[in-house]
Write a protein that binds this ligand. Structure first.
Ligand code: ARG
Length: 463
């Protein structure tokens, strides 16, 4: 044993003080103090319920609530002195309460344990963060919609295998990002249903002998209902794992946007201009303008997925009910929330300032034989079987490659050489404009369809 702390024995049960290093090792106050206001909120509801159930007197309840409000103000002003001897946020606040109001402070923990208390605090914390995250997703979606509106008929190449595939509109591409975020938002809200349940009342693991009213506590805290099983309530962190999975999906989506922005802002693509305020230069190469924000976001996607793995591994193989392992849930969860909010915020701030280089996009679509499928479809409409049409167009593309011309630049006679089904009307479908306009079914890239999709999305967001 290195040194012992003799200031405080953690309980009368112990004859020996906690080893000083163990005290530090097991403490969580340096990170769980982030949940202080939620801890106070939970305690006020608990005291209110205890009084309504005649377990505390009105005087005791009022003394507790006043004391907790004072502590809340001390914490908000940064005047609260956190002590490692009090181990965690819960014990720190309770000890201060007893300092302030005496014996009534010692009654707050009646019918409760830190096990159900901490589970409640995390849920209250996460529920409030979900509101912030949802707002940032909506900001980003709004920014995407504005950009999509400006580019509903801006033509660019669509890619598969990162090879030019077919012409699309930039607005359509942006709306694909919008859709991903819509599902992310729906997942977040669905996950919130499972976050928003009250564990308080489960006590240590088996419930309590006091005549508590869990419905009342749930109502006071705005939870939809009390949890159904006390053992499950104090032990499972699946709601936090699920939240981190939702966060990982959002980060994966942001990482995909990032990858495209990075590629598109390179000299090789040159499709977009990234706003200077979101890029940095190089300390050695004067010409550089690096897309740091998307690169960092792409990197941080790995970090959040790492937290998801950490939480899954933390939970696996834990026997019922509470185990101290669960104290390890907080740092990955907090970092997930911070990282996610920062990345969404950076994106929502940045997207409105991205400018598309329409002419470059247009020329790129022209260079890649992007309307080859349209020519095949044209032949099918004239009666040829699709596989034969595929073959014919392949030959036409070869001629284009050899003579460095797009299909639309081949002459009618040259095209007719490949099939006598081809006539002058072919050029309408070989143009990029004709190609996108023809895809006007639900989900297609035609400018008119994209405009409809944008309108629907605006209604969805209520903007
Ligand atoms: N700091 C603990 C945690 O984060 C609070 C619960 C402690 N409970 C216990 N029985 N030691 O999980």
């Amino acid at each position: 044993m290195t040194s012992v702390n003799t200031d405080k024995l953690s309980s009368a049960r112990f004859a020996e003080a906690t080893d000083a290093f163990v005290e530090e090792f097991t403490a969580s106050v340096h990170f769980d103090q982030r949940m202080a206001q939620h801890d106070i909120q939970g305690s006020i509801a608990h005291a209110t319920m205890l009084c309504a159930s005649h377990i505390l007197t009105i005087e005791e309840r009022d003394a507790i609530i006043n004391g907790l409000n004072q502590i809340s103000a001390e914490i908000a002003k940064g005047e609260f002195s956190w002590s490692i001897q009090q181990e965690d946020v819960h014990m720190n606040i309770e000890a201060r309460l007893t300092d302030l109001i005496g014996i009534a402070g010692k009654k707050l923990h009646t019918g409760r344990s830190r096990n159900d208390q901490v589970a409640t605090d995390i849920r209250l914390y996460l529920r409030s963060e979900v509101v912030q995250i949802a707002a940032q997703i909506t900001r980003l979606q709004t920014a995407i919609l504005h950009l999509a509106e400006q580019h509903a008929d801006t033509i660019m190449p669509g890619f598969t295998h990162l090879q030019v595939a077919q012409p699309i509109t930039f607005g359509h591409h942006l709306m694909a990002w919008f859709e991903m975020l819509s599902r992310d938002q729906a997942r977040l809200q669905d996950c919130n249903k499972r976050i928003n349940m009250l564990p308080l009342g489960a006590a240590a693991l088996a419930g309590t002998t006091y005549p508590i009213n869990r419905e009342l506590t749930a109502e006071l805290l705005g939870f939809s209902a009390p949890t159904a099983n006390s053992l499950d309530s104090v032990s499972d962190r699946d709601f936090a794992i699920e939240f981190t999975a939702v966060a990982s999906l959002i980060m994966m989506h942001l990482s995909r946007f990032s990858e495209e922005l990075i590629l598109w802002s390179s000299a090789q693509f040159d499709f977009i201009d990234m706003p200077d305020a979101f890029c940095t230069g190089s300390s050695i190469m004067p010409q550089k303008k690096n897309p740091d924000v998307p690169e960092l976001v792409r990197g941080k996607a790995g970090r959040v997925t790492g937290h998801l793995m950490a939480l899954l591994m933390l939970m696996k193989a834990q026997p019922l009910a509470y185990n101290k392992d669960n104290q390890e849930d907080k740092e990955p969860l907090f970092d997930t929330v911070d990282t996610l909010i920062n990345c969404l915020r950076a994106y929502a701030d940045m997207v409105p300032h991205i400018t598309a280089k329409k002419e470059v996009m247009y020329q790129a679509a022209k260079r890649g034989f992007a309307t080859a499928t349209d020519l095949a479809d044209y032949l099918v409409r004239k009666g040829m079987a699709f596989r034969d049409a595929h073959e014919v167009v392949g030959k036409a593309v070869r001629l284009g490659l050899e003579s460095q011309r797009d299909l639309s630049e081949l002459s009618l006679t040259e095209l007719q050489h490949f099939s006598d089904l081809i006539s002058a009307d072919v050029f309408a479908c070989l143009s990029l404009e004709g190609s996108v306009a023809a895809r006007h079914h639900i989900g297609g890239t035609a400018p008119e369809t994209v405009k409809k999709a944008i309108q629907l999305a605006q209604q969805q967001l209520g903007i």
